[in-house]
Design a protein. Structure first.
Lengths: 361, 420
């Protein structure tokens, strides 16, 4: 086993030979790119470097654990910090790809609450510290509907009332949940239902009703583009991406918060990261109350610290109030569902296979 | 001189007195060594960066160490088990002992992930039972089943035993939409999970279509390039090469701009009154988009080998055929076309093999119906992290291409191939 590991390590290293080796002194921070990385650079990286922290190499990736796995298995880890989704944080931890993080490094909130109580429940895991709450919502182009406007999840699936193409992410996650909510299942019962064969069949049946008028997207940047091009009249999307299009590009897009599926982004450290100590310091620094709130003035993702929520202020360049754009704002949070990482850890293989088979039919 | 050379018993000697034959062999051997030495760096490079990783990656498709190494006690007990009913207390006790160790060594996640690929939902059964394992007391059968009812299912234990072998064929079965049932018979995968065979067939079909379209479009262009005066053909050549040098991503994105429902082509057709505003044609995010974009992107790979072959055909052959009384069609089919077969073969095989492995273009413009097998491989590499299944899919693809190559060799002959 050791030997095969080593051999495959060499192979993976050879495959990954295109990756650039950076000076070991720099901290390599990997995130999702676009407006999201920009918000992190402004809120975390710049103050960190100004404070005298290690210089940061910011790299982009597309999510998933493939690169982390390749680096850890080959023993050539070049990433120090990675911004991942909750399911990947749990899974990477289970598979021994990530360093465990001692929560005592986290500073207490500005109001003195100890960190463990200041973070929202479920946002600290063995190997990860959350930074923001983001959400999968659906948005529509306001100019396409002159009369009634879509307001509920059910409207998304109603092509009679709101004719036009739909955009959906190509994958089972969040689509099945939204399909059930669109079919009238309350948020609280969605995963209970998806745990049964009948529930899964019901979700696919609901997706069947719009399958012919759906265009599938994969990267987060695609849905705002599809809306802007008029390729679709409404599409699911990550709320921050729509926000950027709304505010900085002045697009007439409207977010429907009913039935939003929210999730976390968390910091993790790949096992054997070259600058572990600095990475831990960076985590403590970037998730303190002030920095946590500061990111929300660049993109509409909610802070995970309770003490940071009241500090959310105005957008850094346009000056609009950010609070109503947060997924966690009370008006937006009425019918919200938290992505159930445990369910997806168990069922993503099976359901993605079913989803792919359903798509190919 | 001659007399002297022959003096040594009829053997021809070189100037320094050694037999000429020996000397010649020595010189040739040295030359061969030098030649080999020059090729050696490339050989090593190809082996280290290409062959070796491929072999290791393919090895992953049968390599199956995780359960075998981490549940040794359980597997030893299951060795004796007939598989007819849920095993006895002994197996449960061994499982609890294994779970305690895997939890301590933090390998439980890998075991759970591996088994979850085979049996949906057992991941949490393993992780949660492992958490409780240390405090469990005999009888362990009741303790485990109480922790999670799935421990009482025969299927669970059959799967553990099957996946416990260090080498396995399950990945290849999965890649062909087959699986083992609870009695270890090979059966078809459930209908709502059958996917790979469909996509393999689709991949071959689209590759064939792209190759055929490329030939249809590329042949006249190559002919024009080969027969026009140099002044014009150079200009035309640049038109062929310019897109060839442009980034694949740029060209794919350009097709999105052109083909989408509110894109240039649909706008033009609406503006000219060809179609109505409500009848805009869906030309992208489906198979059509994939075929159009791939044909365009791969066209130079068809044109260039065809051109290089046509360039060597003297125009006098066609003239001779015509002057001997064949009509233009007949002389083309009987005289010109057969001479271009090496180019057709080279271009077709190049385009076909490239399309079989195409990934970025279908991912961007393929929508749901235009996905190819490499998109599934990428999915298993990047998202599901089921690298073994990805390796099995890739191996089948590689094997399929090799068979096609062999068929080509049998039908047309590989020595007739001319790439440039």
């Amino acid at each position: 086993m050791k030997k095969t590991m080593l051999l495959s390590g060499i192979a993976v290293a050879a495959l990954m030979a295109t990756g650039t080796a950076f000076a070991a002194g720099n901290l390599t921070v990997v995130s999702w790119g676009g407006g999201y990385t920009k918000s992190q650079v402004e809120a975390y990286h710049k103050p960190w470097e100004a404070m005298g922290g290690k210089k940061i190499n910011s790299e982009d990736y597309n999510g998933g654990l493939a690169e982390v796995k390749a680096q850890v298995e080959s023993g050539k880890v070049t990433w120090d910090l990675v911004d991942v989704e909750l399911s990947d944080a749990i899974r990477g931890c289970d598979e021994g790809l990530l360093e465990e993080i001692d929560k005592s490094i986290l500073p207490p909130g500005d109001d003195g609450t100890p960190a463990e109580q200041d973070f929202l429940p479920g946002t600290l895991t063995d190997c990860a510290v959350a930074s923001i709450v983001w959400s999968t919502i659906y948005a529509y182009d306001d100019t396409k509907f002159s009369g009634a406007k879509p307001t509920t999840m059910a409207d998304f699936f109603d092509t009679k009332k709101f004719p036009g193409k739909r955009g959906l992410r190509k994958g089972a996650k969040s689509n099945l949940e939204m399909a059930l909510m669109g079919d009238g299942v309350p948020a609280a019962d969605v995963y209970k239902m998806l745990n049964t064969k009948a529930g899964i069949a019901r979700a696919f049946a609901k997706l069947d009703t719009i399958k012919d008028s759906t265009i599938w997207w994969e990267a987060g940047a695609q849905p705002p583009q599809m809306l802007a091009d008029g390729e679709v009249v409404m599409t699911t999307a990550y709320n921050g991406r729509i926000f950027v299009a709304q505010v900085t590009e002045k697009k007439p897009f409207v977010i429907v918060w009913d039935g939003q599926v929210w999730d976390l982004d968390l910091w993790v450290i790949p096992k054997g990261a070259p600058n572990k100590a600095a990475a831990l310091k960076f985590i403590a620094f970037s998730t303190d109350t002030k920095r946590n709130a500061a990111q929300a003035s660049w993109i509409s993702y909610g802070p995970v610290r309770k003490s940071a929520a009241p500090l959310v202020g105005k957008h850094a360049t346009t000056g609009i109030d950010m609070k109503p754009h947060m997924p966690t704002a009370p008006a937006n949070f009425k019918n919200a569902l938290q992505n159930d990482f445990a369910f997806w850890a168990d069922h993503s293989d099976e359901l993605n296979e079913k989803f792919a088979a359903w798509l190919a039919k | 001189m001659n007399d002297q050379a022959l003096a040594a018993g009829g053997v021809v000697l070189a100037a320094d007195g050694t037999p000429l034959k020996q000397r010649l062999q020595k010189t040739l051997r040295r030359r061969k060594l030098i030649a080999a030495g020059l090729v050696l760096p490339l050989g090593v490079f190809v082996f280290v960066t290409f062959l070796f990783p491929i072999i290791l990656m393919l090895f992953r498709s049968i390599d199956n160490p995780v359960v075998h190494e981490n549940l040794p006690l359980t597997l030893a007990v299951l060795e004796q088990w007939d598989g007819k009913d849920v095993p006895g207390e002994e197996a449960f006790a061994a499982m609890v002992a294994d779970l305690v160790v895997t939890r301590q060594e933090k390998t439980i996640g890998r075991v759970a992930t591996r088994l979850n690929f085979e049996l949906a939902g057992v991941r949490s059964v393993f992780t949660s039972s492992a958490r409780k394992a240390k405090k469990m007391k005999a009888p362990f059968k009741d303790a485990l089943i109480q922790a999670n009812a799935r421990w009482g299912e025969r299927e669970m234990w059959v799967t553990i035993k099957r996946i416990g072998s260090p080498y396995t064929s399950v990945q290849y079965l999965a890649a062909l939409d087959l699986r083992y049932d609870v009695d270890n018979n090979i059966v078809m995968q459930d209908e709502d999970r059958q996917i790979y065979v469909t996509i393999f067939i689709r991949t071959l079909w689209i590759s064939f279509l792209v190759t055929a379209l490329g030939l249809l479009l590329g042949y006249p262009v190559a002919y024009l390039l080969a027969t026009l005066p140099l002044k014009y053909s150079n200009l035309l050549m640049i038109l062929v090469l310019l897109p060839f040098w442009t980034s694949l991503l740029v060209r794919t994105t350009a097709w999105i701009v052109l083909l989408q429902t509110n894109g240039v082509i649909n706008d033009l057709m609406v503006a000219s009154g060809l179609i109505d505003e409500t009848e805009r044609i869906q030309m992208i995010y489906n198979q059509m988009g994939t075929v159009i974009a791939m044909t365009h992107i791969l066209l130079p790979f068809m044109i260039l080998p065809l051109y290089s072959v046509m360039k060597t055909i003297p125009p006098s052959y066609m003239r001779a055929a015509l002057s001997l009384g064949a009509n233009p069609v007949r002389s083309f089919i009987r005289v010109y076309l057969p001479q271009t077969v090496p180019g057709i073969g080279a271009g077709s095989i190049l385009v076909f093999i490239l399309s079989v492995g195409y990934y970025i273009t279908p991912a961007l413009v393929g929508g749901a119906s235009g996905q190819l097998i490499s998109n599934m491989i990428a999915y298993h590499m990047q998202d599901s992290l089921n690298w073994s299944l990805a390796a099995a899919l890739a191996a089948i693809l590689l094997f399929g291409v090799l068979i096609l190559y062999w068929l080509y060799d049998r039908i047309i002959g590989i020595d007739k191939l001319k790439l440039g």
